[in-house]
Design a protein around this ligand. Structure first.
Ligand code: AKG
Ligand code: FE2
Length: 295
């Protein structure tokens, strides 16, 4: 008899049953210890052809939204600057995005990190072409001040839609265990060329899911291989990251009369005004709190 069979702690019992059913114990241990895990495609319980449909949908929506022709993703010469825009808010574009967001293995690990009340926050694609550059080490747990590292506050569950075989593919890289620091990276720590931290690359086949505690420091390497790296990024958050009502639409008259109001309703913070495009000013303001609780 296992502890879950007593059924006295339903929120955990159901998780344990799911973790056992899908053989995820190693992944749960890696999430705790390293702050990330990679679930191979064959363990994802995805339907037949899922990752091909997902990649095709991303490429199709990208072409439509950005008025570009990608051609064959294996040989396409397009660059991130041409295909990186309008990449958020994909859920209603194709049901494959709903499949991705509600995949049972994905949700088991999301709920392990964030509890049963975990909330879907957003999806975006990353499409990276030959010659596209590196991205510095950072935390995705925007808005979480130092000192709050005991639990995961948000997570990133990313579907690989192409194979990541090595550095040449421009993969994500991670600093294992960095989630225990409970803070974002400082500017002088973030450059992969001279950061003092050791990092590991994400190497896996298309259809695999890489999931990490949002506080785990990660970056990405430059891509030198031809063709495109295609990824679906998914963010989930704990409930307290939600506001009861979004006051962004507060009337301009009130905002003018009460100058403090704009700041109080978080008008310079999440969510983005344009649902498909990050407002980089807002991202910066959100991220600043990750290294200073008084920010
Ligand atoms: O793999 C990449 O290109 C960067 C990924 C990343 O920073 C993210 O998904 O939050
Ligand atoms: Fe990130």
């Amino acid at each position: 008899m296992s502890l879950a069979d007593y059924n006295v702690y339903p929120d955990v019992d159901i998780l344990m049953e799911t973790v056992k059913k899908y053989d995820l114990f190693e992944h749960v241990a890696e999430l705790e210890a390293y702050g990330l895990t990679i679930v191979p495609a064959e363990k994802m319980q995805s339907s037949d052809g899922f990752v091909d449909r997902l990649r095709d949908a991303i490429l199709r929506v990208c072409e439509k939204r950005n008025s570009v022709e990608l051609g064959d993703y294996r040989t396409s010469t397009l660059k991130q600057t041409q295909v990186g825009g309008n990449s958020w808010d994909l859920l209603e574009e194709d049901e494959v995005f709903v499949e991705a967001a509600t995949n049972p293995v994905n949700l088991a690990l999301v709920r392990w990190l964030l509890g049963q009340s975990a909330v879907f926050s957003g999806q975006t694609w990353i499409i990276k072409g030959e010659g596209d550059g590196a991205l510095g080490l950072h935390s995705d747990s925007h808005g979480i001040p130092p000192g709050a590292g005991q639990i995961a506050h948000m997570c990133n569950a990313s579907w690989l839609c192409t194979d990541y075989g090595g550095s040449e593919d421009g993969p994500t890289v991670f600093v294992p265990g960095s989630h225990h620091q409970g803070r974002a990276t400082m500017p002088h720590e973030s450059n992969l060329e001279n950061t003092p931290f050791k990092f590991v690359p994400l190497i896996a086949k298309a259809g695999s899911l890489a999931i990490w505690n949002g506080a785990t420091w990660h970056a990405s390497e430059a891509r030198t291989n031809p063709g495109l790296r295609v990824t679906l990024v998914q963010n989930y958050m704990r409930t307290y990251m939600r506001v009861q009502k979004n006051y962004e639409a507060t009337s301009p008259q009130l905002l003018k009369k009460y100058p403090e109001l704009e700041r109080v309703i978080g008008k310079s913070l999440y969510p983005y005004e344009d649902s498909q495009n990050p407002d980089y000013g807002r991202v910066g303001d959100m991220m600043r709190t990750g290294i200073d609780p008084f920010a």
